[in-house]
Structure formats: structure tokens, C-alpha cells
Design a binder for this molecule. Structure first.
Ligand code: NI
Length: 310
């Protein structure tokens, strides 16, 4: 039977010891890519359920994967494929104003939006996305998983050096609402420390994996760690891999001024959707800012509140 891991395109190694069941083993790189693929989508608890056959992964210990510290030397920036729309230069403040605990969108006077990418950094998809953003002068916000930061610190460094904002998405991507306060605190501080180690910056906001965070937790985290909890107002459900054109059309049809758009840079199909998505949003007149810039210019809107329209 074909090992389900192979459906993801990973090489599967098996134990050669006689008399033992053949336990599936992955290269370290394969394990990380697979674990990110299986359990990282932010928008639905149900997405935490791995695909069929992933029980085999129980034999792979995440703690045994050593941190990668070498450079991404194989990646080459592709040439720009012709003229693309450009986001205007926006030298806006990223601090001050709002003191809210949770945001899913922001009330703004102009068509500012923030696009966010969760679950990276990814060694291939994130650099590809960074090229697309750079071509268009767009600054995005990346809610990174600390574990992936430790594996690909150079991708994070490039992300920071190109002006993007980094947000905290925990170290191991657990369901925080099911965890005790000390474990939650560890998840957030470990991610924060990984980001600081890799790129010398600290996350300023939090996005809970799967959006799962109790109000009581949001309050103590805001009080203690000074993170506002950032949800979203546009969710293309890209983690279900509906195809690039569907991701694009969902984002284009649902984005309004002040929107916070959710996407995942670990999925190749999401990144495939970005040229048309970003160009479409720019042609509609939207201006991209980071989450902190968006918060600084607006007043709080409660999660789930319907956008007031343009
Ligand atoms: Ni996530």
C-alpha cells in the first residue's frame, strides 16, 4: 500500500531492523514540511485533524528534529514577469491609538487593508511570496510558528529585512483554548524568543492557531504580554486547497476597507493565487498596510461584526 506520506511527495524511509515493524521515517526536512501541511491551518479547528494515515506520524518525535541554521543557498529570486500594479509608499505609524484586546477588522476612513500569512516561514513558498510582495511594494504581516522560525531563520530574516511585520502564532501551533495558562505562556514566549533570535525583532500582535482563544485568555495575554489578539474578516479557506482562482475570487469579493485578510504561506496553491489576488486588490484601489499600521489608524471593531461597507 502506498504510504500516505508519499501522497505529499515526501520520501519515506523504513526501518531495516529485522523483526521490527517497518516504522515510517522521514528526513527532517520532510517531517517539518509534512507537519506544517497537516496541522497548521488557522481558520478551523477541524483542520487540525490530519489527513488519513497521519497516525503513522506518531512515531516521529518533533523534538528530535534539530534546528536548521544554515542559509537557504539554493533559492534564486526569479525575474519580474512584466509590469504589475504597485502599492503606494505608505510611511504610516505602527504604534499608538488603539488599546483593544481583539480585532477582526478596523474602521478606517480610507481603503486600507492588511493581508496576513500564517504558519510559515516555509523554505520555498515564503520566498516566492516575498518576491510577489516586493514587486508590488506591499508590506504584509506574517504570523509565524516559532518551530518553523528555528528551522528557517534566514527566511524570517529576509521577511523582516523587506519591511514586513512579524506576528506571534505560537511555537507548536496548539489549540490554546484547551491549554493551561503556563503552557500558553510558554508557547507565546518561545515563539517570541525564536523571532528575536532569528531577526532581532519582537512580534507585536498574536494570532491564535485556529482562532481558538478564550476571552479570559485574550485578556491576560493582552495585560501581561501586551499582544492584541488579531482575528480576520476575510477567510478564503485556502487551507482546503480549493484552487488558486477560487482563493482569488473569495478574497476579491469579500474584502472591504479595514479588512484583515487571512491566508497561509505554507500552501503552494495559496501563493499561486497571490499575483492575481494582489493585483486585483490594488486595481480596486485598496492600499496595503501592516496589521500594526492598520490598528494604529482605526478604532476597534468587535470580532464577527459585519463590515460597514465602503
Ligand atoms: Ni495557523
Amino acid at each position: 500500500m502506498k504510504n500516505p506520506l508519499q501522497t505529499f511527495g515526501f520520501q519515506v524511509l523504513t526501518s531495516s531492523k529485522t523483526g521490527e515493524p517497518a516504522l515510517p521515517r522521514l528526513s527532517r526536512r520532510g517531517f517539518i514540511a509534512l507537519s506544517a501541511s497537516l496541522g497548521s491551518s488557522c481558520s478551523m479547528i477541524s483542520s487540525a485533524k490530519p489527513d488519513a494515515g497521519a497516525d503513522d506520524l506518531a512515531t516521529v518525535d518533533p523534538a528530535s528534529a534539530p534546528a536548521r541554521t544554515t542559509a537557504n543557498t539554493t533559492y534564486r529570486t526569479p525575474k519580474v514577469q512584466g509590469p504589475v500594479p504597485r502599492n503606494p509608499d505608505l510611511n504610516l505609524p505602527s504604534s499608538g491609538a488603539s488599546s483593544g484586546i481583539t480585532f477582526s477588522r478596523v474602521s478606517v476612513a480610507q481603503p486600507y487593508i492588511a493581508i496576513t500569512f500564517d504558519d510559515g516561514p516555509h523554505p520555498k513558498n515564503t520566498p516566492r511570496l516575498l518576491d510577489m510582495l516586493r514587486e508590488r511594494n506591499i508590506k504584509a504581516t506574517f504570523y509565524v510558528i516559532g518551530r518553523n522560525v528555528d528551522l528557517y531563520p534566514n527566511v524570517l530574516r529576509r521577511t523582516v529585512s523587506e519591511g514586513h511585520e512579524i506576528g506571534n502564532h505560537t511555537y507548536n501551533h496548539p489549540i490554546l483554548s484547551k491549554l493551561g495558562d503556563s503552557t500558553v505562556r510558554d508557547e507565546l514566549t518561545k515563539c517570541r524568543d525564536a523571532v528575536a533570535r532569528a531577526a532581532g525583532v519582537k512580534p507585536r500582535t498574536l494570532r491564535p492557531p485556529y482562532g481558538a482563544l478564550l476571552q479570559r485568555q485574550r485578556e491576560w495575554i493582552h495585560r501581561e504580554l501586551e499582544y492584541p489578539t488579531i482575528m480576520w474578516s476575510v477567510d478564503p479557506l485556502d487551507w482546503k486547497r480549493p484552487g488558486a482562482s477560487v482563493v482569488t475570487s473569495r478574497i476579491l469579493s469579500n474584502t472591504t476597507p479595514g479588512a484583515i485578510v487571512l491566508a497561509h504561506d505554507l500552501h503552494a496553491s495559496t501563493v499561486d493565487a497571490m499575483p492575481a489576488t494582489l493585483d486585483g486588490l490594488l486595481r480596486k484601489g485598496f492600499k496595503f498596510v501592516t496589521v500594526s499600521q492598520l490598528l494604529a489608524m482605526g478604532s476597534q471593531t468587535a470580532p464577527g461584526q459585519v463590515a460597514s461597507g465602503q
